[in-house]
Design a protein around this ligand. Structure first.
Ligand code: HEC
Length: 192
């Protein structure tokens, strides 16, 4: 910086024990940004405070309702397996194997190694406490559980497809007459 430039910037009369002060203006782009933030703050504050802008709670509620409606659409448009689809799985040894393996890990403790029942009800008879003993009814109880009766919900614990295989396996147990079977519980349901 030349002496002349320095002289122009010098703030006259600001001399403290020989220490002088220069007036270095802030760059235009910086000031502009600063002014924009002020304008933004005023507009933002007024919108949310005086002109009915939504509160955080309202924004959350609105976004949750969007999520819920999308979930509903997804659920409604998801392909629902029919009873026939499930019965077809009964002929698939891979599905039965997979279902049995998971059953032995997660269900056997309460329902017995052959579905004869233990803490939980017998799967080998024609009696059902919940639903009609169809694969989809079994799946529903398996997903949601019966909390107050000690049947845990498995949704999210066992992957959907695996749980489906377990339900198919359970369905296949009816009529196997395992030893030590627990007495029937619930309503008798005829299989057609
Ligand atoms: C901690 C013990 C326990 C475990 C583990 C358990 N269950 Fe159960 N389950 C129960 C009990 C208890 C009931 C009876 C609920 C009732 O009385 O309403 C039951 C009921 C059921 C029923 C309904 C039976 C009916 O007669 O309507 C199904 C289906 C079922 N369980 C599936 C499963 C599957 C599948 C698994 C493994 C992924 C499993 N359960 C693991 C305790 C258990």
């Amino acid at each position: 910086m030349s002496e002349k430039e320095k002289d122009e910037l010098l703030i006259k009369g600001h001399d403290y024990d020989g220490i002088q002060e220069l007036n270095n203006p802030l760059p235009g782009w910086w000031l502009m940004t600063f002014y924009i933030t002020i304008v933004f703050a005023v507009v933002y504050y007024s919108y949310y405070t005086f002109f009915g802008g939504p509160t955080s709670d309202e924004e959350l509620a609105q976004k949750m309702s969007v999520i819920q409606s999308e979930q509903q659409i997804a659920e409604e448009s998801a392909p629902v397996k029919s009873a026939d689809d499930y019965v077809a799985l009964l002929d698939n040894p891979e599905v039965l194997e997979k279902g049995k393996a998971e059953y032995m890990l997660k269900c056997m403790a309460c329902h017995g190694d052959k579905g004869q029942g233990l803490i939980g009800p017998n799967f080998a008879d024609e009696y059902w406490i919940h639903g009609d003993g169809s694969v989809s009814a079994i799946l529903e109880v398996a997903n949601d559980g019966v909390l107050d009766k000690g049947m845990p919900p498995w949704k999210g614990v066992i992957p959907e497809e695996t749980l489906e295989a377990v339900a198919v396996y359970i369905y296949s147990l009816q009529g196997t007459n395992p030893e030590g079977a627990r007495p029937p519980q619930g309503e008798k349901v005829e299989r057609n």
